[in-house]
Ligand binder design. Structure first.
Ligand SMILES: [Ca+2]
Length: 222
């Protein structure tokens, strides 16, 4: 009898976890642990977008403070990790080529982490998803222009994954993830995220895209 009760308890305990797995996988990330009490971390994630993007939003949260940039555009800040900020970023995107999402995060004591979800819908209805994970690059110091698309961040460190969104210590503050059943994470492979260290390959996949890295001799002197 006890075994039956235990089994029922385990089944009930597992059900919510499986529901979470169907939601978008988003992780809390940081530069390293333990975080400094006033540590600042600059995050970057480059990715390739198809040409036919119809809508796109970013939801971001940080313990304790964050400012979001999309292709260098300042989208605003958030100061309460309990209340993630969501932005319509369609106007800031560059469909058909490389894009970069950048976040400045600041800790104000205790634990620290940043979580972000980018969801886009293509004109054919296909959903795309880019989330904070161990593929993001980060650094504690960043020069001017760190949030721009042409900033060379290949020497930056890979972010450390601290927890999945929904897990402690922050809990499920991004509830909209699971309440948006249409925004399913693409696992078919047809949505290819450009590896941040392999942009040449990404450009090869875009025969119609103009070169984004002009030779030094073509840059006018400032
Ligand atoms: Ca904190």
């Amino acid at each position: 009898m006890h075994r039956l009760v235990l089994s029922l308890y385990l089944i009930l305990a597992i059900l919510p976890a499986r529901a979470d797995e169907r939601a978008l996988a988003v992780s809390w990330i940081w530069k390293s642990t333990p975080p400094g009490a006033t540590e600042r971390v600059f995050f970057r994630r480059e990715f390739q977008l198809p040409p036919d993007v119809a809508s796109a939003v970013v939801t971001v949260s940080c313990d304790n403070w964050q400012r979001l940039f999309v292709n260098g555009h300042d989208m605003g800040k958030g100061t309460d990790w309990h209340s993630p900020s969501t932005y319509n970023v369609l106007a800031q995107l560059k469909p058909g080529t490389r894009n970069v999402i950048a976040v400045e995060g600041r800790n104000e004591g205790g634990v620290a982490g940043m979580a972000l979800s980018f969801r886009a819908t293509l004109k054919d209805g296909k959903k795309l998803h880019v989330a904070s994970d161990g593929n993001w690059l980060c650094e504690n110091e960043a020069p001017e222009g760190w949030q721009d698309l042409d900033f060379p961040s290949t020497s930056w460190a890979k972010a450390v994954v601290l927890a999945k969104v929904g897990d402690p210590p922050w809990g499920d503050v991004m509830k909209l993830e699971s309440s948006e059943p249409a925004a399913v994470q693409d696992k078919s492979g047809s949505f290819s995220l450009a590896p941040v260290t392999d942009t040449e390959e990404a450009h090869v996949k875009l025969p119609a895209a103009p070169p984004t890295s002009p030779t030094p001799s073509s840059i006018p002197a400032r």
